[in-house]
Design a protein around this ligand. Structure first.
Ligand SMILES: [Fe+2]
Ligand SMILES: [Fe+2]
Length: 357
């Protein structure tokens, strides 16, 4: 017991002395807007290797204030922007949409976990906690949207007709409410990447072998789909029964896809490939409705403008265009993954298309 207390005291002493020094001696790249900010080794070490950061488009400073305090104070900080600049400086001024709540109670950071303050190249704050500037990209709109994998084998036909049969009830349920449809279907679209990535992760652990980058690729896909959801929920709000439907569908689809992937990854990836083909079709119909004027072409949500590096005057139509391009990339990745299995290989034997957007 005495030994334990002694060890704890020693650890606190080390944290108390080494921690602050470690997190405060490096200088902030590009000059942080906040005078109270101190740079960290992590900032230069982690971000220095990133080409986006290397081009000085953003600056990062780590503030000596509790991380939870910043996240929970975000909305308050936004509202106080003009009236209390000093408070803004202390909290890092994160936006409410970036993942905060309304609680302005500061939490003491005993663990040395520091909140990051990220600014854009023009010195304005980076609003989002859920993704960073170096995780954004410009969609490749030149991708061929018409590509289709013709189902030949028995498993291909199972995958194809499974997806086709799922289309009918969704058409009946959503009719032409494409905004709502997009939001709801993105809650499903973000499941396969997470399940596949998780299973490959565990497989890598069990077998003591590399994944060839496929874990990361599939998790990237899941995150990308989730960002589609974060975008569409800005233009369409779910009703209570739609939320209930999402809970039910997630419970069923997660388990079904989990079992399908365990049984046959080539079938699972083929199913996703066809799902993505249907998603492209749905977004094309969405665009037609926007062009006809039956759906109002509202300004693009701020999160979309930052995530896809879109011009500030972008509209919902532009957002649908980039989302549709993302779906085409998912289509290619998943059909490709299925093809690898069909050719008798495992995914790890072919380098994963990391960052393929
Ligand atoms: Fe999506
Ligand atoms: Fe997708």
């Amino acid at each position: 017991m005495m030994m334990s207390r002694g060890a704890t005291r020693a650890a606190r002493s080390v944290m108390g002395h080494v921690g602050p020094r470690f997190f405060s001696t490096a200088t902030v790249r590009g000059g942080a807007a906040n005078g109270s900010a101190t740079g960290v080794v992590g900032a230069s070490g982690l971000l220095g290797v990133n080409p986006f950061m290397g081009s000085e488009r953003t600056t990062v400073a780590w503030i000596r204030f509790p991380v939870m305090g910043v996240r929970k104070e975000s909305t308050v900080a936004l509202g106080d922007k003009d009236e209390h600049p000093e408070k803004q400086a202390q909290t890092g001024g994160a936006s409410g949409a970036a993942g905060g709540g309304g609680d302005d109670k500061a939490i003491v950071s005993y663990w040395g976990v520091e909140p990051a303050k990220v600014t854009k190249e023009d010195g304005t704050e980076w609003r989002w906690h859920c993704f960073r500037p170096w995780e954004t990209y410009q969609a490749d709109l030149s991708i061929d949207l018409k590509k289709h994998h013709a189902p030949v084998t028995f498993l291909d036909k199972v995958a194809y007709w499974t997806v086709k049969s799922l289309r009918y009830p969704t058409d009946v349920f959503f009719q032409r409410r494409y905004g709502c449809r997009a939001m709801m279907l993105e809650t499903v679209a973000a499941v396969p990447g997470m399940v596949g990535g998780m299973l490959l992760h565990f497989q890598s652990l069990r077998r003591f072998e590399h994944s060839g980058g496929w874990i990361k690729t599939l998790l990237e896909e899941a995150e990308n789909e989730r960002m589609h959801l974060m975008t569409f929920m800005e233009v369409s709000k779910p009703r209570w029964y739609e939320r209930a439907l999402v809970v039910a569908v997630q419970g069923i689809f997660f388990n079904a896809y989990f079992l399908a992937y365990l049984a046959s990854p080539k079938l699972a990836h083929r199913v996703v490939g066809y799902l993505e083909e249907e998603a492209i079709h749905s977004y094309t119909e969405f665009l037609k409705e926007l062009d006809k004027g039956t759906i109002e072409n509202v300004p693009a949500p701020a999160i979309a403008i930052d995530y896809w590096r879109m011009p500030p005057d972008s509209t919902l139509r532009d957002v649908v265009m980039v989302v549709r391009a993302d779906e085409a990339h998912h289509r290619d990745v998943n059909h490709f993954a299925s093809d690898i299995h069909y050719q008798g290989h495992e995914l790890k034997s072919s380098p994963a298309p990391l960052g393929y957007h």
